[in-house]
Design a protein. Sequence first.
Length: 214
Amino acid sequence: MSRPHSYYWDKLLGQANVALSGASDAGMRVQLYDTLEEFFDGSNCWQEAIHFTVIPDTLEYTLIPITGRILRLSNVIDQNNVAQPAVMPQIGTVHFLYPYTNTQPMTAIVVKTLTDPLMCFPPHIPEWVLPAHGLGILHGLLGGMMLQPGQSFSNQTLANYHLVKFRDAIAKARIATMRGNTIGSQAWAFPQAFRVHGQRGGVSTSNVNPRTLQ
């Protein structure tokens, strides 16, 4: 039986309170926000597929995530799961490198982070994050707090220990994301040999079989 999301928040904050005797709740919330931002930014693990429709002769499209805040664009794929040349020069806006002449569906895969948790605590993050990465996030929270000078919980040696563990957790989460959370597989990507782009009447086409987005 799966545990409620609140269980994992209570566990993380309870462990932090034990290790950080004398720390204020406000201080811990601020540090937790910084820790989660660094974790999502470094791991790219929080992603969302945003569907939108391309219309003729229009290069830019605004993306609105269901939750969280967009950090960067991972890729854009067409209805055949073929990657299309697009960039995100302005966060939240997809820009295609050439216009399409036919209306067609596209999907943008974006990397996200949390919005300000001080407005709503605990912050809204995917429910799988703490069960999968809670220990690493705890290391980041403890390390950041213990780096603060002049506090009853300040400890440079322990801070360094926890931050090494935290950055190792970020690296593991990033690799797991690249491999689609599979064991022993290569990084999930569109191999260069299969990245064939073309247009017939303004519709993107490819000579490869469709792939399922993980």
